[in-house]
Design a protein around this ligand. Structure first.
Ligand SMILES: NC(=O)c1ccc[n+]([C@@H]2O[C@H](COP(=O)([O-])OP(=O)(O)OC[C@H]3O[C@@H](n4cnc5c(N)ncnc54)[C@H](OP(=O)(O)O)[C@@H]3O)[C@@H](O)[C@H]2O)c1
Length: 301
């Protein structure tokens, strides 16, 4: 089976690529310079030349703060681009696995969000991703729409990586303790997606639709930072100088609104596919260890 990964240089994309390289599938990972999802001609010609049989769209405009200043640019990728991918997928009969976000919700609840709960994004990024979901649902029947949250990995910029870096350089680290979510390892999510691709490879019937998927458990940003720093301290001892300070979202000057609570209920993906990711704490430890290995190889900074 030929598998197309869009956004292969991103956190989830890189984890997908490394796993699919070890699979029996033929993997296609065009960089943005070769296939920009905003360009329908590039999409059409790539698909007609390479004839992928399933597509994972992990390409997105993910800079949540920049999106507030550039709503058009953000919607171009996350809504229009996503819609174009879905259109091409439907046209050639290629199922689409599309990644979306917990930021489609407003966070005004205190129990994990189910797939059917009403959406109400608070920021431009969330609104663009919701619009992209609707495009996918409208244009491509054979889709798996997977909402995930608080993604971390050793790649690109992400919360856990920033905390690990600052643990060595900042004596004080203020972290909000009133934003609650479901931390998700890009690697664990990629593993789950490969499981879904395998079902297609084995020609199994797939219940298409919308699913939530993140690591087990929930955390505040503070909890997540605390776990990462304590793992750093276990491994690097005195070299880790950071002390964490609890702060509230209100005390920060950012104008960007984020949901205060965005934990995703995992029951549907567990029931339909038997997918249950390990607790986020174990996944954080693993990513911190791999970041530290790189750091030690690079020498002290
Ligand atoms: N990060 C999170 O916390 C989080 C949380 C929930 C959901 N998600 C969703 O998960 C998915 C993957 O996120 P991620 O964190 O892995 O993203 P990421 O690391 O920021 O990577 C984004 C990827 O999209 C590519 N891309 C951006 N614009 C493109 C365009 N116009 N055409 C083609 N490719 C383009 C980037 O290419 P370049 O390398 O050229 O920039 C990169 O490969 C996204 O749908 C995101 O909305 C992420």
């Amino acid at each position: 089976m030929r598998v197309l990964v869009l956004g292969a240089s991103g956190q989830i994309g890189r984890e997908l690529e490394s796993r699919l390289e070890r699979s029996p599938y033929q993997i296609q990972c065009p960089p943005r310079s070769a296939l920009d999802i905003r360009d329908p001609h590039a999409l059409n010609s790539f698909v007609s030349e390479h004839r992928p049989q399933i597509c994972i769209n992990a390409a997105a405009y993910t800079d949540v703060a920049a999106a507030e200043r550039d709503p058009e640019g953000c919607f171009d990728v996350n809504c229009k681009g996503a819609g174009q991918v879905a259109e091409v997928a439907a046209f050639v009969g290629m199922p689409l696995i599309h990644i979306s976000t917990d930021y489609v919700f407003d966070g005004l609840t205190s129990r994990p969000y189910r797939e059917e709960d009403p959406t109400n994004p608070l920021n431009v990024y969330g609104a663009s991703k919701l619009a992209g979901e609707l495009e996918v649902q409208r244009r491509c029947r054979e889709h798996l729409l997977i909402r995930t949250s608080w993604v971390f990995s050793r790649w690109r910029r992400n919360f856990v990586k920033t905390i690990v870096e600052r643990a060595f350089s900042h004596p004080e680290l203020p972290v909000v303790d009133d934003e609650i979510g479901g931390p998700t390892s890009a690697g664990d999510l990629a593993e789950a997606i490969v499981g879904l691709i395998n079902l297609r490879g084995a020609r199994r019937e797939i219940p298409w639709g919308l699913y939530h998927c993140s690591n087990g458990g929930s955390a505040s940003r503070f909890d997540l930072a605390e776990r990462a720093v304590s793992r750093v301290r276990e491994r690097a001892g005195e070299a880790a100088i950071a002390r964490l300070q609890r702060v509230s979202t209100e005390s920060r000057s950012s104008e960007l609104e984020r949901p205060a609570y965005s934990v995703l209920d995992q029951a549907r993906i567990q029931r339909q596919f038997g997918i249950r990711l390990r607790p986020w704490t174990d996944a954080v430890d693993e990513v911190v260890d791999s970041l530290l290995t790189d750091r030690l190889l690079d020498g002290p900074s």
